[in-house]
Design a protein around this ligand. Structure first.
Ligand code: GAR
Length: 182
């Protein structure tokens, strides 16, 4: 590795399995990022307790406590600055962000999505992919831009659809690929 590790904050909303993979990866020597904060918009996100058990600074910023998206994002932005964040990684962060926030973190905010973007942005990706009969599913890590699930693609992994796949079976194989990719 050349240069210091990038100070990276991870945003989650739930289970946090991609966050766990990032945290574990960052424990390896030579990994280009260090995790400086794990922030959830939901107090009940299961990933928070795990992150705390790893000794990571965690924080809940409950979006329901704010009157507007902008007010929520102002608080989130301040928390990211507090942590000295250079890179923001969304990992199952299920809150739409406004253009103002996206602009502030332009080229410094990444997302993982469980499809081969630009196919199947949004929710229920696996059910929709199966309904369309695709033979190859997968996942994408991309730089975030204004429109949901768009932006320059950094990496993708392909996952074959198998006969008899359900959204759950396909989703769990894609999730394993997500963990390697992010
Ligand atoms: C992951 O599959 C992630 O790609 C997806 O939510 C799941 C979160 O799981 N994200 C999106 O759909 C974003 N559009 P995790 O909390 O266990 O990482």
């Amino acid at each position: 590795m050349t240069g210091p590790r990038k100070r990276t904050a991870i945003l989650i909303s739930g289970r946090g399995s991609n966050m766990m993979s990032l945290v574990e990866a960052a424990q390896r020597p030579g990994y280009p990022a260090e995790i400086v904060a794990v922030i959830s918009n939901r107090p009940d996100a299961a990933g928070l307790a795990w992150a705390a058990s790893q000794g990571l600074p965690t924080r809940t910023i409950d979006h329901r406590a704010f009157a507007s998206r902008e007010a929520f994002e102002e608080k989130l932005h301040a928390a990211l600055l507090d942590a000295g964040t250079e890179i923001v990684c969304c990992a199952g962060f299920m809150r739409l962000l406004t253009g103002g926030f996206i602009q502030r973190w332009h080229d410094r905010q990444l997302n993982i999505h469980p499809s081969l973007l630009p196919a199947f942005p949004g929710l229920d990706t696996h059910a929709r992919a199966l309904a369309r009969g695709v033979r190859i599913a997968g996942c994408t890590v991309h730089v975030m831009r204004l429109e949901m699930d768009t932006g320059p693609i950094i990496a993708q992994a392909a996952v074959p659809v198998l006969p008899g796949d359900t959204p759950e079976t396909l989703g769990s194989r894609v999730l394993a690929a997500e963990h390697r990719l992010y």
